[in-house]
Design a binder for this molecule. Structure first.
Ligand code: MFK
Ligand code: FAD
Length: 496
């Protein structure tokens, strides 16, 4: 046997991550740090185990069996090992519940756990994000009976009591534009609401609950007439017969995630609030899952760089390790710089979210959170794709070969820019945020505070110049909606 190349090894996703540890050292209160460290250590150990396990096994996908041998409709889904382990890891390491603790660093602690766990979870973090979003929207609704019913499950620290929630918005008619939603809600003679229709993407189809947009019977057309409903999908552990799984999607990436097309045929439902303005009611869920998306996109970048850096020490070309080749080292340094910017943006949103939810934020921070959330989602989503693509190139031909496990990084990354609002939709949401509450001025003040702490005059100048250019653009386009929308991506990416 001739030369054999060593495979890249994954260094510990928590203990070796100097960005995360530096952030937590700087911001996280020491009295809470021990519990967080224990969870992050354990989740990092699990991630290393999962990386090693994946290198030994053929990748598995969920399998849907719709009928049993005797012709009964069963719609049973077999899940991958990581998915079966998901509920226990979530509850044991306090992933969701920690975000809803009663202190301003709760969200930071939660998202640190999410960041370390995400790649090992095989996108079990997708339904976790939606469950967190459902909990946040339920709290915002103030619907006490639904909160009492669902929150003890969504935020449970006991595996047997834990429930996942889905987010049923997208239909054949549209995912960005939900105004043509065809699912209807009808009320029985006894007052029970039931949903009838088809949801085109359901990524938490194994979950026990969901929040769903539907049009109450007799309501007018348009998005404003949609209502938001809470549903439960199982009864005594069995899937309710009014929820029919038509098929699992055959996807470019996120293949371990069972994303399904479903039919609702009279599924019992409870309104979250008033029987209209469902989009307004689901917005807290959207903003929560968009924050998850940003943190998970950054976690994908961290993984890609972690492996590329390790490989650069193991692989030799032209007489030395790749890491010794000046241009390869510069390539890795450029990737690291992009990653660190994306990390800072995503975790700033997590940090602000915690402060806002605990009423610890200034008015400026509250306004800038509304703007930074879509910016972080859209920026990190695009950045994850380009950075994972660059990382694959760092492995040369091996980066293109499936059984190295590397191409999956790029296929999975593509989803961050699409779901939870595409880049364009989020650019338009940034305009909505700018119009809504003077958040640009607030953001400028927050950024001025950061720059005041910076010793890099050149960077300060560049940031101020970009902000001035954005302000000029916003002013000039105030009267021309068409031009403003056409330039929305430019504004959003400049601000991000
Ligand atoms: C592993 C990573 C974890 C990530 C998990 C991801 C799981 C993926 C699953 C999914 O993809 S679930 C489906 C996600 N779907 C979307 O994200 C929908 C994308 N489309 C939009 O966001 C559209 O802009 C929107 C549906 C919101 C447009 O609806 P409308 O009704 O035509 O918009 P309109 O009239 O501007 O807004 C209605 C109200 O909601 C307004 O409030 P008011 O009624 O008080 O005026 C808006 O201000 C408010 N609103 C909309 N977006 C908001 C918001 N409020 C706060 N934050 C927002 N982001
Ligand atoms: P469209 O809205 O048709 O968008 C097509 C293109 O048009 C995009 O480039 C978009 O940016 C652009 N566009 C649309 N409107 C505008 C505009 N006004 N200005 C400029 N450009 C515009 N949905 C759920 O509800 N629940 C789920 O669990 C779920 N899981 C998913 C899982 C996966 C793996 C994927 C890929 C999707 C999932 N989705 C889910 C659906 C997802 O949220 C939608 O696909 C997404 O919101 C885009 O909607 P669409 O597919 O209808 O695209």
């Amino acid at each position: 046997m001739g030369f054999l190349q060593d495979a890249p090894q994954l260094s510990h996703p928590y203990r070796s991550d100097r960005l995360l540890t530096a952030l937590l050292d700087r911001v996280f209160p020491s009295k809470r740090r021990m519990a967080l460290d224990a969870d992050l250590d354990a989740l990092g150990d699990y991630a290393q185990m999962a990386f090693e396990r994946a290198s030994r096994s053929t990748r598995r996908q969920p399998v849907l069996t719709q009928w049993d041998a005797w012709g009964r409709r069963v719609d049973r889904i077999e899940l991958t090992a990581a998915w079966q382990e998901g509920p226990q890891l979530t509850t044991r390491h306090n992933i969701l519940a920690s975000g809803h603790e009663d202190h301003e660093h709760a969200r930071l602690g939660e998202f640190a756990r999410v960041y370390v766990y995400h790649l090992a979870s095989e996108f079990y973090t997708c339904p976790l994000a939606m469950t967190d979003g459902a909990a946040t929207a339920l709290k915002a609704s103030g619907n006490k009976s639904l909160m009492d019913r669902a929150l003890p499950h969504f935020l449970s620290r006991d595996t047997h009591n834990f429930w996942l929630s889905g987010q049923w918005m997208t239909e054949n008619t549209g995912g960005s534009d939900v105004s043509h939603t065809e699912t209807t809600a009808k009320q029985d003679a006894d007052g029970q609401w039931r949903l009838y229709g088809r949801k085109w993407f359901s990524s938490a189809v194994v979950g026990e609950a969901a929040l769903a947009l539907a049009r109450p019977e007799g309501a007018s057309q348009g998005a404003g007439a949609l209502a938001l409903f809470y549903v439960e999908t199982t009864d005594a552990g069995e899937r309710k017969p009014q929820l029919i799984i038509d098929r699992l999607k055959d996807k470019l990436g996120t293949r371990e995630l069972p994303t399904a097309e479903i039919h609702l045929d009279g599924l019992p439902a409870w309104p979250m609030g008033e029987l209209a303005h469902g989009v307004r009611q689901v917005a807290p869920m959207l903003n929560t899952t968009r924050t998850w998306n940003a943190v998970c996109a950054v976690a994908s970048m961290a993984r890609a760089i972690n492996l590329a850096r390790d490989y650069a020490r193991r692989r030799r070309a032209f007489g030395s390790a790749l890491i010794e080749q000046p241009l390869h080292a510069q390539t890795l340094a450029d990737m690291q710089a992009e990653f660190e910017g994306a990390f800072a943006l995503a975790f700033e949103v997590a940090h602000l979210l915690g402060r806002v939810e605990q009423n610890a934020a200034t008015l400026q921070e509250t306004a800038s959170l509304r703007l930074l959330t879509p910016l972080a989602k859209l920026w990190t989503g695009k950045m994850a794709v380009s950075l994972c693509s660059e990382a694959l190139e760092c492995f040369g031909g091996a980066g293109y070969i499936e059984d190295t496990g590397l191409p999956q990084l790029l296929r999975d990354a593509q989803v961050y820019a699409i779901w939870e609002g595409t880049t364009n939709v989020l650019s338009l949401d940034s305009l909505r945020a700018l119009a809504g509450n003077n958040s640009f001025a607030a953001l400028r003040k927050v950024i001025a505070g950061w720059l005041g702490e910076s010793h890099n005059a050149q960077a300060s100048f560049a940031v101020h110049a970009a902000l001035d250019a954005t302000a000029t653009h916003l002013d000039a386009q105030k009267v021309d909606r068409h031009a403003l929308e056409a330039g929305a991506r430019g504004i959003a990416t400049t601000l991000a």
